[in-house]
Design a protein. Structure first.
Length: 51
């Protein structure tokens, strides 16, 4: 996915303008944050050594 992102970004930049790649990157970062929050280990009040 990361290797293909520059090629996708260039085609989106050409078709939609300069703001769209930034919106795409922000969307991907938000999706990754949600995925880590949902699928990651629950660490509320747990010491790092206990994980």
């Amino acid at each position: 996915m990361a290797a293909a992102l520059p090629f996708c970004t260039l085609s989106i930049l050409h078709a939609l303008g300069a703001g769209s790649p930034y919106l795409l990157c922000a969307t991907l970062l938000a999706l990754m944050s949600v995925a880590v929050a949902v699928l990651g280990p629950k660490t509320d009040a747990i010491r790092l050594e206990g994980i």
